[in-house]
Design a protein around this ligand. Structure first.
Ligand SMILES: CC(C)(COP(=O)(O)OP(=O)(O)OC[C@H]1O[C@@H](n2cnc3c(N)ncnc32)[C@H](O)[C@@H]1OP(=O)(O)O)[C@@H](O)C(=O)NCCC(=O)NCCS
Length: 194
């Protein structure tokens, strides 16, 4: 049985960080380098309040990260964790590069920063359940819009979001820094009224 809920158990930190790395490795490889360093920085930075966890028979199989402008945040990785994973100069540079992706969230909006399902568990409705819970959280927090961004070549994920009621509100071509550091050529911003 698949169940989704808010937060995570301490023991699940590295597991959830692993799902995020596996799902977004292509995007974060240059900046986070490898699975181990990414797990150290990301795992220690995850904040339960902004994290939804999906479990199948009690075992974590997926994660969603939620953010809004009223204090909900899924990851707060300290500069110290970057320095301890990559060294002082490289760690500071990598933390700064990740900051480039940080965009202000408009009022009334709950942003889904990432959805990642373990590769063996994909296609079984886990992502759909995580998005349904995100919708519930948005309503509970008084937001009228769910927002997410999907890279332009991720057509499978986009199809899922459209089926769940999201539509593209804008398409952005990535600038040279984002293109180089994250290998992204562009992304769609999608909204769903909740
Ligand atoms: C996208 C993702 C979160 C969907 O989770 P899921 O649990 O597989 O989703 P569901 O089972 O609820 O829905 C399946 C739908 O997801 C979409 N999908 C996208 N990538 C998929 C994949 N690798 N495997 C299966 N379905 C995928 C398909 O549209 C599929 O619908 P279809 O049956 O019409 O093809 C998951 O596949 C994943 O983690 N992918 C890698 C990371 C990613 O792309 N995240 C989204 C970035 S915005």
């Amino acid at each position: 049985m698949i169940a989704v809920g808010r937060g995570f158990a301490e023991a699940e930190r590295p597991v959830l960080a692993g799902f995020l790395w596996d799902a977004f490795e292509a995007k974060f490889r240059r900046v986070l380098r490898d699975r181990e360093a990414a797990a150290a920085v990301l795992g220690s930075g995850l904040r339960p309040q902004g994290v939804l966890t999906a479990r199948r028979d009690g075992v974590a199989v997926g994660v969603a990260l939620l953010k809004d402008r009223t204090g909900l945040t899924p990851v707060r990785a300290s500069l110290r964790s970057f320095v301890s994973a990559y060294g002082p100069v490289s760690g500071t540079l990598r933390a700064g590069l990740l900051g480039v992706l940080d965009e202000a969230i408009p009022p009334g909006v709950l942003a889904i920063d990432a959805v990642a399902v373990a590769s063996a568990a994909r296609g079984n409705g886990v992502g759909t359940l995580l998005l349904a819970l995100a919708e519930k959280v948005a309503r509970t927090r008084g937001h009228g819009t769910l927002m997410l961004e999907v890279v332009t070549d991720n057509t499978g994920a986009r199809r899922l979001y459209e089926r769940l009621g999201f539509s593209v509100v804008s398409t952005t071509r990535a600038g040279p820094v984002v293109r180089r550091a994250f290998g992204i050529t562009g992304y769609h911003r999608m909204h769903k009224a909740v």
